[in-house]
Ligand binder design. Structure first.
Ligand SMILES: Cc1cc2nc3c(=O)[nH]c(=O)nc-3n(C[C@H](O)[C@H](O)[C@H](O)COP(=O)(O)O)c2cc1C
Length: 187
């Protein structure tokens, strides 16, 4: 079971710090997960502009390949202007509609205001619903006040929610084992 951990921003560091923490909790759930990290900051991005897919650069092609090859995802995003970063939306725009179909996804998000946890509900989840992902019902939203100066999460409640996220995500991966290949057979 390949799990792709996506750090969906090219600015900031707290989003990656939350991803590191959830990675630790998911590893505690067993060693059947083959974990791969995708930091969007490491890629040379091009706007999705309708050109044929072979005309995109090697980084864009690699990004698509990693999304397609993964069996499940943890997607981490900061909140920018009441939404997700453009670079993350651009990455989604590159994907075939079947790329993440029936694959589990858990979301972690970080914002500068408490209220913007609803961005996950109103903006990110609808995109993942379009892809027909198995989005876990729980996500974790963090805020500046949950971190120390070295970006370590110091809020015990956040740790508990991340542990619970890892638990439910693991259950979803079990449920999805046959589902994502069934759809390909049915096409
Ligand atoms: C361009 C930009 C727009 C932002 N817009 C919002 C916003 O609308 N709501 C919010 O809660 N935080 C907003 N923030 C704060 C980021 O969510 C925060 O910086 C991010 O989660 C990462 O934290 P870090 O930069 O300390 O690593 C914004 C930050 C930037 C750079």
């Amino acid at each position: 079971m390949k799990v792709l951990f996506v750090d969906g921003t090219i600015i900031g560091s707290k989003t990656g710090a939350v991803l590191d923490t959830v990675e630790g909790y998911i590893k505690e759930k067993g060693n059947e997960f083959e974990i791969e990290r995708m930091n969007l900051a490491d890629y040379d991005h091009q706007f999705v502009d309708g050109r044929p897919s072979e005309q995109y650069n090697a980084d864009m092609k690699e990004m698509v390949r990693k999304f397609e090859e993964a069996d499940a995802y943890i997607i981490a995003t900061p909140i920018f202007q009441g939404s997700i970063p453009g670079v993350l939306k651009n990455a989604f725009d590159m994907l075939h509609p079947y790329a993440m179909r029936y694959k589990p996804v858990s979301i972690v998000a970080n914002g500068g205001t408490y209220q913007h946890h609803l961005v996950v509900e109103n903006q990110l989840k609808p995109i993942l619903d379009y892809f027909r992902c198995l989005v876990t019902p729980n996500f974790v939203y963090t805020h500046e006040s949950h971190f120390d100066q070295d970006n370590r999460i110091i809020d015990e409640d956040v740790h508990n929610r991340l542990r619970e996220l890892a638990r439910v995500f693991t259950k979803y991966t079990e449920m999805s084992k046959d589902l994502s290949t069934d759809i390909l057979d049915a096409q």
